[in-house]
Design a protein around this ligand. Structure first.
Ligand code: DP6
Length: 363
């Protein structure tokens, strides 16, 4: 493991004072999608995402030195929106125990995680990207606080991204402002399968002012998890051509984003959304995550675009909810369109209004 470091051990004759670290980290929306993985959370193709703003997780990591070894495993309490949460505790404990070779000091501490999302828990908005990135940023801050080993900001971000990837692939892209690429691609120097790299400084201003309104069509838990969906790509007859297509699309998308070409960006975004769901329909077993309301929205978006000429596009995650992508300049027109035509397809009329943002911040 690239970050294995047996030297990160607290000197028990000089233990740290108890303390806490807080990070706020956003979700992100992939334009070229990560779908299919191998080995230890490595992507079959590169992906490119926009970093969001209003959908975020706040995570506070509290630590206190403890002298015994707690049976050789991490000692953790977990609170989600102020309530103890056993399911998250078990998941997070397993994740932290897996990081023992990277952060041996974790087993010397009593840890408490207090976390919460800016969006309703039951909204059907995936929180793994914001949640995992917030947690790994806290861990890197803790390392730096205890050992002073992550002073370089770029190195700090890279390590946080690497660790977030181990927790949930898409989370590694949330670390960076505006836009990020995860996965090796010839078009981005320094790109890697192990962590995401920032590309915000290479894209046109238009995309830094993009909006992503998330239309919640259905908030119930998905019938097939992302984890299971990635696994089904292994037997999918279209897998290899799909990975090649994603590599090609990423190169075209990156060119378009550098040039400020919204139309090409939008075409690729929609093609990727439909490809993702087509892959699910071609899996064995096949499955469907889109709902009738999803399709109704997609059709209305294309009709509205054709009729109005406004550059409004859709994308989808692995679920029924629609992300509406558009430049900030047309927000009033688009919000009226949502109100008049799309809201009726949303569960309880719920829409999470979001936009491209500056990335995580230590609070
Ligand atoms: C469709 O990152 O949730 O949103 O690595 O198993 O945690 P795990 O999967 P996850 O997959 C996200 C897939 C996607 C596309 C994307 O975000 O690139």
């Amino acid at each position: 493991m690239m970050y294995k470091n047996p030297r990160l051990i607290i000197d028990s004759s000089n233990p740290p004072e108890p303390g806490g670290i807080v990070w706020r980290s956003p979700s992100n929306i992939a334009i070229v999608k990560y779908w299919g993985k191998y080995g230890l959370q490595l992507p079959r193709n590169p992906s490119l995402s926009l970093t969001l703003s209003s959908s975020f997780t706040d995570t506070r990591l509290e630590y206190e030195f403890r002298d015994d070894t707690h049976g050789g495993s991490v000692d953790l309490d977990f609170f989600f929106h102020q309530e103890p949460n056993e399911a998250f505790k078990v998941k997070t404990e397993a994740f932290l125990n897996d990081l023992a070779a990277i952060f041996p000091f974790l087993k010397q501490l009593k840890l408490t995680v207090r976390t919460g999302n800016s969006f309703p828990h039951s909204a059907g908005i995936a929180s793994s990207a914001s949640g995992m990135s917030a947690l790994t940023l806290c861990l890197c801050s803790l390392e730096d606080l205890l050992f002073g080993t992550l002073q370089d900001a770029a190195e700090f971000d890279r390590k946080a991204s690497y660790l977030a990837r181990l927790g949930s692939g898409s989370a590694c892209r949330s670390i960076f402002p505006h836009a990020a690429v995860w996965g090796e691609t010839a078009v981005i120097a320094g790109s890697s399968n192990e962590y995401a790299v920032p590309v915000g400084d290479q894209i046109h201003e238009t995309f830094k002012n993009f909006h992503d309104d998330i239309l919640i069509v259905n908030s119930s838990e998905k019938a097939v998890s992302s984890r299971a969906g990635h696994a089904l790509m292994e037997g999918n007859p279209y897998a290899e051509p799909r990975y090649a297509q994603a590599r090609q699309r990423l190169a075209l998308l990156f060119d378009a984003m550098r040039a400020g070409d919204v139309e090409t960006f939008g075409k690729i975004a929609e093609d990727e959304a439909l490809t993702l769901h087509a892959l699910m329909m071609c899996s064995n077993p096949s499955y469907l995550l889109i709902h009738p309301g999803t399709l109704a929205i997609l059709e209305k978006v294309r009709e509205y675009r054709a009729a109005s000429g406004h550059p409004v596009y859709f994308t989808l995650d692995a679920g029924p909810n629609v992300h509406l992508l558009y430049p900030g300049e047309i927000i009033h027109e688009v919000r009226a369109f949502i109100e008049d035509e799309l809201k009726e397809h949303c569960e309880r009329g719920y829409i999470q209004e979001d936009w491209v943002g500056e990335g995580p911040e230590e609070v």
